[in-house]
Each structure stands twice: as C-alpha cells, then as structure tokens.
Design a protein around this ligand. Structure first.
Ligand code: GDD
Ligand code: MG
Length: 347
C-alpha cells in the first residue's frame, strides 16, 4: 500500500513578513485560497486515503497541521521533539510505516510546493510507487530552468527495465559554477524533493549510509507501538544527526531511479515565484487584498485589510502583513531571509 508522508517542519524565512515562527510557509495560502499544506493533502485525493497519510512536523506546528488536513487521524501526526532536518524525520516515518506494513511504500512530499497538473502528478506518483516495489528509491526529476544553487541535481543514466531511469550521480546544492555546468551539460535534472520508496529499503539505506543513526533507529523500533514510545522518542531524537535526506542518503545510495516530474512543479522558493503559481493580470502583476496599482508592471503586491497602493513600479514585491511591510526588487527576493536573521540579531 501507499503511505504519503508530508514533511511540514520547514520555516520558510523567505516569506517574511507573511511567514513567522508560528506560521511557516506551508501554512500560508500562497498558491490558492488554501494553505500550501492543505493543497498538498488535497492533491492526494484518489491516490491514497487520508487515513494512510502521515504528517511529520515539530511540536509548535502540530495543532495547526492537524487542523489544516481534514480527516487526518491524530496517530498519523508524527511530532519530532526537535527539528533534526529531513533524514531523521523520514526515519521516523519509515519506522511508523514499517511497523504496520514492512514493505509499505512511502511517498515523501514537501508540504510547501505547488503542482499545476494534479492528474499528471498522481500518474507519476503511481508509477513511482510501482517502480519502488522493486527496491529502488525513486526521485522525481524536474527539467532545470536556470542554474539554481538551492536544489539538488540528478545526473540521469540509462533506462531501467522496470521503468524510470538510473541515477548516475546526485549532487545536493552545488555551487554556481557547478550548477551552470550541469545545466549546460544537458544530462542533469533538478531534484523535485519528492521521494518514493519501500519502508524496509529506506531503513536499510540508513543502516548502510548513515550508521550514526542506527542506535537511535534501533531504540525507536524496539519501542514502536509501546506506551514507552513518546519517552524514547524524546530521549533519542535530539541525539540524531541534523542532516537532510539529500546529503545523508541520496548522494550515496546506488539504488536510485528517477522519473520525469512533468506536472508544473514549483517549490515556490520566494515571492518572485508567486507568478508561477497564481495568475497575473495583463500587466504581469499578481495582487491580493485591497490593492490599487497605477502604472505598474510585473509586480507582486500582497495587501492586508488596509488599502495598499503602488504607483509606477516595475518588478518589485510589496507585502503588507498588517503589522509589518516588505518592499524588495523581485530579483532580490531570496535575500528576504536576511531580514529574519537581522530581526533575530536585534532581539
Ligand atoms: N518534519 C520536518 N522536519 N520537515 C522538515 C524539516 C524537519 O526538520 N526540515 C525541512 N522539512 C520539510 C520542509 O518543510 C519542506 O517541505 C521539505 O522538508 C524540504 O525541506 P527544505 O528545507 O525546503 O529543503 P530544500 O528546499 O533546501 O531542498 C530540498 O528540496 C529541493 C526542491 O525544492 C532538497 O530535496 C533538494 O534536493 C531539492 O532540489
Ligand atoms: Mg524547499
């Protein structure tokens, strides 16, 4: 059976002032009227029942996450005592699924992405699940549009007999020069951040490539289903290494397959990506709230309750969250994370 696992532990500092500690990017309605997390869950309708869906997140976000995904059983909300990045989060989910169904298939999904073609997404995920049955860790590859340094890159090899293609190499977050060479070379895809694999296959990969997690994994596995589990989790989880699945497993494993993720993928990386996921007007502006624009082109203007007006601006982002305002040229929207750092330093 297929078990979707939604990773909802990120913070999304590039969306300040909309995103705050208590309201990270996945809780914001950036692409539709629903928060990205709700969109992520709704996208699975027909593919897997909500009772087989899991969410992994931190304690501060647990209540909201449960509320945003209708019908999610409370037991399927896996709460990490502390954030330890995606490898430990995925280990926690793989253990839960393995306890129910050792050869069960996990589809690990980011909670903060957008997909334009839901049918295409479901078709690809079903195909990935079929390939994963044979023991591969399946990742979805996206045709690169630019030498983005915030993504993982997949070097694509020959076609596999059971479907998909072999992964020759996986490189997480290369420097700009390397990324440029990858994009020019033509045989690299972006890693979409979606992983499909059998629970036992991933637990074996952790044993092989992240032996530093094994003691913790063994302790959690022994306590699974018992009353002592929460206490063991609280003791063991903080000791796990803080490392992403990309560095911890994907760069090292050999049994990786890639499928083309051709379904209008966007990871909504910053305010500049909003026009990828929300329709713009004839002047290329995307607006929400009580906004008045005069002679503006290609702007992203997100207002709150009060009226927000912008005149004669091009390629800028203006965001009013009620208690804070952000103005930034579109091509600098990655730097919004520095505002959060500066605010933290000020405290
Ligand atoms: N539960 C939990 N705990 N979730 C987490 C944690 C954690 O400690 N850290 C991150 N997440 C969630 C985020 O909320 C997001 O949905 C997902 O896991 C991926 O984490 P990001 O922090 O967004 O990773 P990234 O964007 O730097 O890189 C990943 O995604 C890229 C595509 O968007 C990598 O997989 C790259 O290779 C990939 O290209
Ligand atoms: Mg991300």
């Amino acid at each position: 059976a297929l078990y979707p696992v939604i990773m909802a532990g990120g913070s999304g500092t590039r969306f300040w002032p909309l995103s705050r500690q208590a309201r990270p990017k996945q809780f914001l309605p950036l692409a539709s009227k629903h928060p990205l997390l709700t969109d992520t869950a709704l996208r699975l309708k027909g593919l897997a029942p909500v009772k087989s869906t899991f969410i992994v997140c931190g304690p501060v976000h647990a209540k909201t996450a449960l509320k945003l995904v209708k019908g999610l059983p409370k037991a399927n909300l896996l709460v990490e005592p502390v954030a330890r990045n995606t490898a430990p989060a995925i280990a926690l989910a793989a253990l839960q699924v393995a306890a129910r169904d050792p050869k069960g298939i996990l589809a690990v999904l980011p909670s903060d992405h957008h997909v334009a073609d839901v049918k295409g997404f479901q078709r690809t995920l079903a195909e990935a699940a079929r390939i994963a049955e044979g023991g591969h860790i399946v990742t979805l590859g996206i045709k690169p549009a630019r030498p983005e340094t915030g993504y993982g890159y997949i070097q694509v090899g020959d076609a596999l007999e059971g479907g998909g293609r072999r992964v020759k190499a996986f490189k997480e977050k290369p420097d700009l020069k390397t990324a440029q060479a990858y994009v020019a070379g033509g045989d690299y895809l972006w890693n979409g951040g979606i992983f499909v694999f059998r629970a036992d296959v991933m637990l074996e990969a952790f044993r092989k490539h992240m032996p530093e997690m094994q003691k913790g994994i063994d302790a959690l596995q022994k306590a699974a289903g018992k009353r002592t589990f929460p206490a063991v989790l609280k003791r063991v989880f903080p000791k796990l290494p803080s490392i992403s699945i990309d560095y911890g497993v994907m760069e090292k494993a050999e049994n990786i397959a890639v499928l083309d993720g051709d379904f209008g993928w966007s990871d909504v990386g910053s305010f500049a990506a909003i026009p990828e996921v929300r329709p713009a007007d004839a002047q290329g502006n995307v607006v929400s709230g009580d906004v008045v624009l005069v002679d503006c082109t290609n702007c992203v203007v997100l207002g709150d309750k009060r009226t927000l007006s912008v005149v004669g601006m091009h390629d800028v982002v203006v965001v009013d969250s009620g208690d804070a305002v952000l103005v930034v040229p579109k091509d600098k929207s990655q730097d919004v994370r520095k505002v959060v750092e500066a605010l933290k330093a000020k405290k």
